[in-house]
Design a protein around this ligand. Structure first.
Ligand code: XMP
Length: 520
């Protein structure tokens, strides 16, 4: 019979986690320092399952989270992440009220429903609309027409938005309200896409459906092309991550806020998190650079007492003691990573932090004992890093990989013909001035004396999150296929490691060729 089990010849070389990291306990290892050995497999990459349970009430369909950073995750990113089965953590470098509305945007997102369609008023001229289309580079020319109170008056069809009618008023050209097809939010029900799909089938030639409330105020627009695209996507393997009420899931970060006397501001933290919970937030992340500290522990305890069932993420730590501390305070998932991030300078500035694979190993062992999960936070630059991280954690948190995406906050800038987006560390001076100083244990308005622990940088614009995630997921599934792992638990259990020499690292990347196209 053909050998499908490990050979004893392999064992001294390709070791399971406990043996491998114990044998390398005197050196801090990160992703590129190791590689995973392949194993006999009957698993095709496309058949692998990527579901992950981060807490009793928090399950993702892909183990990827976008970082709570002000150049990475606001509602647009969180929506895109959840639609792909992952999670976005809304950052806290914004006024509390704004964070509440960012969370609401995610929780109220109806896939395919344009919640704030561009509207025009009956008094405007067709020429004004043409100018608007030109100025904003809209790829569409049909607009709902509303009065000053937001009530639907009609629909301005693309057929009449022509230069020959430029001098005409919209009120003369619109399709009147009585002839416009509408549906109420209530009628859309639990599956708005299926409802809209049925509507478009029943109404030949109608491509737009307007959503109104009982008083005929406009609340959104559904287009047939969006519905068709989404219906197609539904056949995808990874379903959106939703709560029990079918809303997309969303996380929000908070810090260990202090009052004017330097004490933990329990009341403010509780009021704010209470408001986030009212808006439907699914998980709170107590995000700081040093999670193994009294302020973070107390914040987690306060939140655990007040919200016994709310999933809590806390961090960051790189030691077993740190994991045990945060778990004992009531956290469900622990962020592991100090200084691996692409914009981090903590190791340079403060001289602390642990290379990520060693940190993950040490923390993962404590996490298993305390029945909490581990989130590998920072330093991930390629899908292979994620596969390695998932052998010791339940999900990864990524900043840099998503910062160049369309859905990340901020504008695209052009430099020498290339397109970029800003990406900055939350410990950079600019981010701390904008509010994140508490995360690094500094005063709210850091004077120049404060040593920043992050840089301000640029990432090349890289298109949509869907595209980036498709590449990452493909890589993870491929890695799982090589290890014969049908799901993430099997990946965790089966992984065997070996160290890589500097020559081995060079060998791992394209070499001795003139590269015409990069891998992505
Ligand atoms: P990547 O490598 O994905 O890392 O860009 C994102 C993670 O980096 C952490 N982070 C920082 N760490 N100084 C630091 O030392 C900073 O200014 C900073 N900002 C973010 C954070 O954990 C994030 O998820």
């Amino acid at each position: 019979m053909a050998a499908t089990r490990n050979s004893t010849f392999d064992d001294p070389f390709y070791q399971p986690a406990d043996e491998f990291f114990a044998a390398n306990s005197k050196i801090g290892l990160t992703f590129d320092d190791i590689t995973l050995a392949t194993l006999y497999s009957e698993i095709l990459p496309r058949d692998t399952q990527l579901d992950t349970q981060l807490a009793e009430n928090l399950r993702l369909h892909i183990p990827i989270i976008s970082a709570d950073m002000d150049t990475v995750t606001e509602s647009r990113m969180a929506i895109a992440m959840a639609l792909n089965g992952g999670l976005g953590l809304i950052h806290y470098n914004m006024p509390e009220r704004q964070q509440l509305s960012e969370v609401s945007r995610v929780k109220n997102h109806v896939h395919g429903l344009i919640q704030e369609p561009i509207k025009v008023s009956p008094e405007q001229l067709i020429g004004d609309v043409l100018a608007l289309i030109e100025q904003k580079k809209f790829g569409f020319s049909t607009f709902p027409v509303v009065d000053g109170k937001g009530k639907l008056v009609g629909l301005l069809s693309g057929h009449v938005v022509k230069p020959r009618y430029a001098g005409k008023k919209i009120s003369e050209a619109l399709t009147p309200r009585a002839q416009v097809h509408t549906i109420t939010k209530k009628e859309l029900g639990r599956d708005p896409i299926a409802r809209a799909d049925k509507f478009f089938t029943e109404h030949i030639g109608i491509h737009k459906l307007l959503v109104v409330d009982d008083d005929d105020h406009l609340h959104g627009l559904i287009t047939m092309s969006d519905v068709e695209r989404i219906t197609q996507e539904r056949k995808a393997q990874f379903k959106p991550a939703r709560d029990a009420h079918h809303h997309l899931i969303c996380g929000a970060a908070v810090s260990a806020t202090r009052n004017a006397f330097g004490e933990l501001d329990r009341e403010r933290i509780l009021t704010h998190v209470g408001a986030l919970v009212e808006r439907g937030v699914d998980v709170i992340a107590v995000s700081t650079a040093h999670g193994h500290s009294k302020g973070v522990g107390d914040t987690v305890k306060v939140l655990r007492d007040a919200f016994p069932k709310l999933p809590l993420i806390a961090g960051n730590v790189t030691s077993a003691a740190g994991v045990e501390f945060l778990a004992d305070c009531g956290a469900n998932a622990i962020k592991v990573g100090q200084g691996p991030g692409s914009i981090c300078t903590t190791r340079i500035v403060a001289g602390v932090g642990i290379p990520q694979m060693t940190a993950l190993y040490v923390c993962s062992r404590a996490a298993v004992k305390r029945k909490v999960t581990v989130l590998a936070d920072g330093g991930i630059t390629k899908s292979g890093d994620i596969v390695k991280a998932l052998t010791l954690s339940q999900a990864v948190i990524c900043g840099g990989i998503f910062a160049g995406c369309n859905e990340a906050p901020g504008d695209v800038v052009e430099i020498s013909g290339k397109l970029y987006k800003e990406y900055r560390g939350m410990g950079s001076l600019a981010a701390m001035k904008a509010g994140s100083a508490a995360r690094y244990g500094h005063e709210k308005n850091p004077a120049l004396k404060v040593a920043p622990e992050g840089v301000e940088a640029l990432k090349e614009a890289c298109g949509s999150v869907d595209r980036v995630l498709a590449q990452l997921i493909g890589g993870i599934q491929s890695g799982m296929g090589y290890l014969g792992a049908a799901n993430l638990t099997q990946l965790y259990d089966k992984a065997r490691y070996i160290r890589v020499s500097p020559a081995g690292q060079r060998e791992a990347a394209p070499h001795d060729v003139v590269e015409l196209k990069t891998g992505n």
